[in-house]
Design a protein around this ligand. Structure first.
Ligand code: ATP
Ligand code: MG
Length: 579
């Protein structure tokens, strides 16, 4: 599990080593200070020797300054190392997510991926910083302070040994209880992120349905559940401090008691007792730190597990060994294709589809919602892999192509499409980075977008807001079509991409396609018969199967589903015309 993480230390190995090294130096110096102090008291003050006082005083100052410098250096190195480590880890996760197929993305929710890339990485970053600094410091400090105490007075130092088993038991119990709660808290974080993200993304819908109260309630519930869990876990963690302090103060009492007796019976010096107290404080500090590290480790263990799930997710769509780099033509053959989102032959979404589309044909696809129209066409650019059967494009199985080559040849306007923040030009160039301005304009002309783009004061340089919120639904769809056209594809798929475009503009788009890109295979999913009636063939989908295929006239004569859709739409139009 940790292998993935260690790899991310990368170029930050040097500060990752220098941090613990400076900590070790710092601890050695700190542990020497009480010894110097004891000598100063015993050999200088008690003996009334001024030279010794000055000598040990100077040594004390040097040791304190040097330990301070080492402390500062270790802080610096640890910060550099942990920030660098987090940067590498985030990058590794981000790149991994870019390799995800649609199936992998279905597996994690978007909000969960966001939490994993942000909060979880920050937890691990903090834990790493602690581990290379404090996790080194605390045990070394603990052991050396104990050894020093032992060298001053072995019998007195035995008092410390009584404390350790008590602490160990308390820490063990805390970890056992806290770990599952932390795991739960992080899962609730996912939910919280989900609610916030969904709300902010769909804030207009929330407002138009006046659902603010409901959303607030949902938010309150989740954030309340995080509060309760954190409260619970903090209460358990809170036992840590008092237990530790009780142990240390008991030590102090016992040492004062026995120490005083020993001074009276001349088996311990005053300086010895003073340094004994300093060592108790050092032991207290290191125990405190150890308990903090335990908390960090419990928290980060949950995060590490979640990060690992992302890093170990296997992208289920990968390039084949010797991929075909060129798609010859836009011929498509579905050969007994079945498909299930869960790869389960019992829960098929598409069932035994056989279909041949010749290069350059225009195919309309019609069917009720959920009839698997989108699922059918998503297989062509290999957004999902077929579960059974074969799908050939240009005579070659899609799984044998280089994915980039295939997706460049098969341009698809997704049903849930997005524009990204940036200018219109930037967005269009997603289709083809090196497209000239003329090519941009040409694609926009075909998609009937040129006119309205020129109507904007900044024309093609108009800034598009995130998600395309400052253009209308129909404008956004036309820009998405233009973007897809810029790829110069062999196959163009429009998944309900003109649903928000008026019928007149829609027919202009169809006409432009027929005249200007006659050799491109075109698959057009639509709800309106008028969008597809001029197609070479129309496919009627019903419940994951092809319920009919033919020209508009053929289907109108023979296919009951098509007839029903046609009549409802024609009737709707004539009703509209009458009113
Ligand atoms: N990512 C997914 N994971 C699991 N099931 C899915 C997923 N996407 C779609 N489905 C299911 O597959 C079936 C077909 O959905 P599909 O999106 O292909 O329908 P559609 O014909 O495109 O519908 P619409 O006209 O509403 O776009 C539906 O029952 C849907 O619930
Ligand atoms: Mg669909």
């Amino acid at each position: 599990m940790l292998k993935n993480l260690f790899g991310c230390i990368g170029e930050y190995k040097r500060p990752s080593l220098l941090a613990p090294l400076s900590v070790i130096l710092e601890v050695i110096l700190e542990v020497c200070i009480p010894l110097l102090m004891a000598s100063l008291i015993d050999q200088g003050i008690d003996a009334g020797n001024m030279n010794r006082i000055l000598y040990y005083g100077a040594l004390l100052v040097v040791a304190a300054m040097a330990s301070l410098a080492c402390g500062a250096l270790s802080g610096h190195f640890a910060a550099v190392a942990s920030a660098g480590f987090a940067k590498n880890l985030r990058r590794k996760m981000f790149y991994k997510v870019q390799d995800f197929s649609f199936t992998n993305i279905d597996h994690f929710s978007t909000s969960s991926l966001v939490t994993r890339l942000t909060t979880d990485v920050t937890n691990v970053q903090n834990a790493y910083q602690m581990i290379i600094r404090i996790a080194v410091r605390a045990p070394i400090m603990l052991v050396s302070a104990f050894v020093m105490a032992h060298s001053i007075n072995p019998r007195l130092s035995l008092v410390f040994l009584g404390v350790i088993p008590v602490l160990a038991v308390v820490l063990f119990v805390i970890i056992r209880i806290a770990h599952p709660i932390f795991l739960r808290v992080f899962q609730t974080y996912d939910k919280l992120n989900n609610v916030v993200q969904e709300n902010v993304h769909g804030i207009r819908v929330v407002k138009s349905f006046v659902r603010e109260d409901f959303e607030e309630e949902k938010f309150k519930e989740i954030s309340g559940s995080i509060y309760r869990d954190f409260n619970k876990v903090e209460k358990i963690m809170a036992f840590n401090g008092p237990t530790m302090q009780a142990c240390v103060y008991t030590c102090m009492l016992l040492i004062s008691w026995f120490g005083a007796h020993m001074i009276v019976s001349d088996t311990l010096t005053t300086g010895g007792l003073t340094s004994m107290f300093t060592y108790i404080m050092q032991i207290l500090m290191s125990l405190m730190m150890l308990s903090m590290i335990f908390v960090m480790i419990i928290m980060s263990r949950a995060s590490i597990e979640r990060i690992n799930e992302v890093l170990e997710e296997q992208p289920d769509i990968a390039d084949s060994q010797s991929p075909v780099m060129q798609v010859e033509n836009g011929d498509i053959l579905f050969d007994h294709v079945s498909f299930s989102y869960s790869k389960d032959m019992e829960k098929l979404c598409l069932r035994d589809i056989c279909l041949h589309i010749r290069s350059g044909e225009t195919i309309g696809i019609i069917g009720g919602t959920g009839s698997a129209k989108s699922s059918l066409v998503q297989l062509i650019p290999r957004l999902y892999d077929v579960t059974d059967g074969r799908l050939l494009v240009g005579g070659v199985d899609v799984r044998d192509y280089d994915i980039k080559a295939l997706r460049d040849a098969v341009s698809m306007v997704l049903q849930k499409n997005e524009l990204f923040s940036g200018s219109i030009k930037d967005n269009l160039r997603w289709g083809n980075e090196s497209a000239t301005d003329e090519e941009l304009v040409h694609a926009c002309r075909l998609a009937q977008a040129d006119e309205f783009v020129r109507g904007f004061p900044d024309g093609y340089n108009t800034h598009i807001e995130q998600g395309g919120s400052n253009v209308s639904g129909g404008q956004k769809q036309r820009l998405c079509i233009a973007r897809a056209l810029l790829k110069n594809p062999k196959i163009l798929i429009l998944d309900d991409s003109t649903s928000a475009v008026d019928t007149h503009t829609d027919s202009l788009i169809q006409k432009a396609f027929a005249e200007e890109i006659p050799n491109v295979t075109k698959l057009i999913i639509a709800q309106r018969i008028s969008s597809v009636q001029n197609a070479d063939k129309i496919l009627v989908m019903d419940g994951g199967k092809i319920a009919g295929i033919g020209t508009h006239e053929e289907l109108l004569a023979s296919n009951p589903i098509y007839q029903e859709v046609y009549h409802s739409q024609v009737k709707g139009e004539s009703d509209n015309a009458r009113s």
